[in-house]
Design a protein around this ligand. Structure first.
Ligand SMILES: *Cc1c(COP(=O)(O)O)cnc(C)c1O
Length: 241
């Protein structure tokens, strides 16, 4: 279980890690990535003052947003979409998502601009060259940024996922993202997750996206399916047990 007290303690530790890496904990924004956890961790994040909340799957984001509307509304999270995005999911997410972090192709720029005028976006760049990762090739980032600006979207910055494996291996990619953002005059550099945030902060991250460092180990996919990802499948649970 993840209690608000646990999250408060882990957030303090996270701020220490950012400071130890030479970052300013007041300046590096923390986006709490809640994928795989239940809606209660969103409430816990809000309770400790983390209002930026990220999700990777469209259905999970919608389910959590719905679960939270019935809860007392102190403050609503500012939803970031951080996962692989399909163009046909944009319409149903547009009323919820405030920051589109994973825009990596022209068709997505068009969809986002067709459904919203106020959202901010980041262009995701594949800085590691790993085919399994989302993001446009680095040399396509300028054209995507230009396309988005032409359509009146606010491009806040760039986003990248660090190379898998030892965190040090992510450094060249993070450095490249920083350079690209500077060249394009973009202020935000969303890079760094629980395992590689020190390297990201050293390379100039302005926004870290963290799940496990705030909420503990992510439940396995199997137990998540059992729990129905929190979308009203108690019946299924009963039948199985
Ligand atoms: C899951 C995820 C994160 C957070 O990962 P943790 O290891 O839990 O910190 C960050 N960014 C993206 C794009 C993710 O999919």
């Amino acid at each position: 279980m993840t209690s608000p007290g646990d999250v408060a303690r882990r957030l303090a530790r996270l701020h220490e890690r950012i400071a130890d890496a030479g970052g300013d904990p007041d300046a590096v924004r923390v986006v709490a990535v809640t994928k795989g956890f239940g809606p209660e961790v969103v409430t816990a994040a809000l309770a400790v003052g983390v209002v930026d909340v990220g999700e990777s799957y469209a259905q999970e984001l919608r389910a959590k947003a719905e679960a939270l509307t019935s809860a007392p509304r102190e403050a609503a999270p500012r939803w970031h979409f951080v996962g692989r995005l399909q163009t046909n999911k944009v319409a149903r997410l547009a009323s919820l998502v405030e920051v589109w972090q994973s825009v990596d192709r022209v068709s997505l720029v068009r969809q986002v601009s067709a459904h919203t005028t106020s959202a901010r976006m980041l262009v995701q760049v594949n800085v590691s060259g790993e085919p399994s990762k989302g993001g446009c090739p680095p040399d396509e980032a300028p054209a995507l940024v230009a396309e988005a600006r032409d359509r009146g979207l606010e491009v806040a910055g760039l986003m990248a996922v660090g190379r898998a494996g030892a965190s040090e291996g992510a450094r060249p990619g993070f450095r490249l993202l920083r350079e690209l953002a500077d060249q394009l005059g973009l202020a935000e550099r969303s890079m760094g997750m629980s395992r590689d945030l020190e390297v990201a902060v050293q390379e100039g991250s302005t926004m870290v996206r963290v799940g496990e460092a705030l909420f503990g180990p992510r439940p396995s996919r199997i137990s998540r399916t059992r729990a129905g990802a929190g979308v009203g499948s108690n019946l299924g649970e009963l039948r199985r047990t």
